[in-house]
Design a protein around this ligand. Structure first.
Ligand code: 0RA
Length: 645
């Protein structure tokens, strides 16, 4: 091929590639979900997933993620290195194909067993398209190769820049601020959480994260190194660190059924919460799917059979339901599926039918073995199940009361609710306010057209430690159900949540900005997380942020939400007096409106669950029995450091 011809080919190909890349830039949300904070962080996960694939193929055991000072990200691995040879069909290096062709990721090498694949399995080329600059450095077969790109376009063909006796890949990218509707500023905790999770899911792979934007007291960059030697067993122990384990060991299995790798770890604890977390190809399947239903079926079937055979159920006067087998259960189910079909609202529900039987069989086999080998544990589990069934019967009565008292079924709204006058839920907000006095101020300060106020008296019930029927009997909790128009229980499923009549699309928790307030805030959040999780997942839950200080000098007044702002205002004013707001009650109605309730001015945090497993761990720690971790956590004043807000 003549030099000219080559060039032509090259440009023909790159035009085609460009079309794909242009599409990514025109419709980024189609590829990465959104162009907010979440989408930004997904870029990192997408690149890391490529290295994880290499690790899963058995060629890589160290992956490093670096947040550089300029908020670019480097992901480095010690795998084989992305191939750099000329790709026959495309006429450019395989590296360039991977980096600039949509969906080329695994396709050009059919033999590589690619099962991971990022949020939407879109590949690193999507990250490239959405980066103002990306550099790939490949250590392979004695040479160091390099290629750079801008907005997905190669700046030059891959070239040799040095020699090496190492192998691996480094991808450094800077997200394009013209694409994202958020500052290009990564949250260390969010990334670190995901790396920890990946290390549990990929036993034996060392995954480190370094933040070059910040140093610790000794002058070293903030850094964590994760390496899990026990995999899911360790994950379950980590999640249940603040819970009391019921059985002597974590029940764990790993195997392959019908060509589907299945891994499960589970343990019973003394709590009443069910904590199942499921993964497909390292992706958290929040909405569950066939692997989760397979797990449930295997568990119920096996435990039921064992319990019946053991004679422990002899004098039982009521039935045992599927739920009863999962009370106080923490479990992780991780499967690898070659061609996963994701369904559901957030595309996190596994649809592949064949997976259900594979997981169910795997669970039955492992659990049967475990129960036979551990008769003492087996007895403890069965007794726990019986207790759960008893409690469920008590709860169903209490739940009926919640149902009967809701708006739709004719009962009135709670007396202390100051409702708004508009009735379109999408325009309406409800403030859940700590205490009657702050509730009164909020009532005066609000815009009564679309803002409702529900004062909650003192500390609400800690649902983490309470049995279900206590939760449904609790007056403050009942008033929340009624005011919100949320009901529990349908014909088919007595525990199903019905949010179709939700009366307000924004539910704002408004508490004092002190330790007590933050505790109450956490109690309310725990309730939503455990009993109305769909609202959290749908983004309906917010936390109000009242100011901490009012700085006054003469006629000048300004509010401050933290110490730095306070100091800056003092400096600007050239001194002044500082009023510290200890509670909402110290503000008058106008001040509360101006700072905390007026949509034009206020700061509120939307609560989302980026990482359900971690959120679960945090809630169990904050609200569970063990006091020391909770104290430390609250003292660190990072009540939801691990919940993306
Ligand atoms: C396909 C084939 C080969 C390596 C890779 C993909 C690979 C991709 C990435 C992405 C990040 N790190 C990576 N490491 C490796 C190698 C094929 C061969 O050497 O025979």
């Amino acid at each position: 091929m003549s030099e000219d011809k080559k060039k032509q080919n090259y440009s023909a190909d790159s035009i085609q590639a460009l079309e794909g890349m242009e599409h990514v830039r025109m419709r980024p949300s189609m590829y990465i979900g959104d162009v907010g904070v979440r989408g930004l962080h997904h870029l990192v996960y997408e690149v890391v997933d490529n290295s994880i694939d290499e690790a899963m193929a058995g060629y890589c055991d160290v992956i490093s993620v670096i947040i550089n000072e300029d908020n670019s990200i480097s992901v480095k691995d010690n795998g084989r290195g992305i191939p750099v040879g000329i790709h026959k069909k495309e006429g450019v290096s395989a590296l360039e194909v991977v980096m600039t062709k949509i969906g080329a990721g695994g396709k050009f090498d059919k033999d590589s067993y690619k099962v991971s694949g990022g949020l939407h399995g879109v590949g690193v080329s999507v990250v490239n398209a959405l980066s103002i600059h990306l550099k790939a450095t490949i250590y392979r077969e004695g040479k160091v190769w390099e290629q750079e790109y801008s907005q997905g376009k190669a700046l030059y063909p891959a070239k040799v820049v040095g020699e090496t006796n190492e192998n691996g890949t480094i991808v450094t990218f800077k997200a394009d601020d013209g694409i994202f509707q958020t500052e290009i500023d990564y949250n260390y905790d969010t990334l670190s959480m995901r790396m920890r999770e990946l290390s549990f899911l990929n036993q034996g792979v060392t995954i480190s994260i370094t933040d070059k934007r910040r140093k610790d007291d000794e002058g070293n960059f903030i850094e964590e190194v994760f390496l899990s030697t026990e995999g899911l067993t360790e994950f379950v122990k980590y999640l249940d660190a603040s819970r009391e384990q019921l059985t002597s060991e974590v029940i764990a299995m790993e195997g392959e059924k019908n060509g589907i790798p299945v891994e499960v770890a589970m343990v019973y604890n003394t709590s009443y919460a069910e904590n199942l977390h499921s993964y497909v190809n390292n992706i958290n399947t929040h909405e569950g799917g066939t692997h989760l239903s397979g797990f449930r079926r295997g568990l119920t079937h096996t435990l039921k059979k064992y319990a019946e055979g053991s004679g422990l159920l002899k004098n039982l006067k009521f039935d045992i339901a599927g739920d009863d087998f999962r009370e106080g259960l923490t479990a992780i189910i991780s499967v690898k599926v070659a061609e996963p079909q994701f369904e559901g609202q957030t595309k996190t529900k596994l649809g592949n039918r064949e997976v259900s039987a594979a997981v169910s069989q795997a669970v039955s086999e492992m659990l049967t073995d475990y129960l036979e080998e551990h008769p003492d544990d087996a007895k403890i589990i069965v007794q726990k199940v019986i207790l759960a069934a008893q409690a469920r019967h008590a709860a169903s009565k209490a739940r009926e009361m919640v149902q009967r008292k809701t708006v739709m079924s004719g009962g009135g709204l709670p007396g202390k609710l100051a409702d708004c006058s508009w009735t379109e839920p999408e325009k309406c907000e409800i403030f859940l306010v700590e205490g009657d006095s702050a509730g009164g101020t909020a009532k005066q300060g609000r815009d009564r057209n679309y803002q409702a106020i529900l004062p909650l008296r003192g500390k609400i019930l800690n649902v983490e430690k309470a049995m279900q029927h206590k939760v449904f009997e609790n007056e403050e909790i009942r008033s929340m159900y009624t005011a919100l128009g949320v009901t529990v229980g349908t014909e088919e499923d007595p525990r199903a949540l019905n949010i179709s009549k939700l009366r307000y699309h924004k539910i704002v928790i408004m508490c004092d900005a002190d330790v007590d307030g933050s505790h109450i805030e956490t109690l309310i959040l725990t309730f939503f997380f455990r009993y109305m999780r769909e609202l959290v997942e749908n983004g309906n839950i917010y936390v109000a942020a009242p100011p901490l200080y009012l700085v006054k000098k003469g006629k000048n007044r300004e509010y401050a939400w933290n110490d730095e702002d306070r100091d800056a205002i003092m400096k600007k004013f050239g001194g002044g007096t500082i009023q510290r707001y200890k509670g909402l009650g110290e503000m008058n109605a106008e001040q509360l409106w101006d700072t905390t309730m007026n949509p034009e001015e206020r700061t509120m945090y939307q609560i989302t669950i980026d990482n359900a497993a971690e959120a679960d761990r945090v809630f169990s720690m904050l609200m569970g029995d063990e006091v020391p971790p909770r104290r430390k956590f609250i003292e660190d004043n990072a009540t939801y450091a691990n919940i993306d807000i």
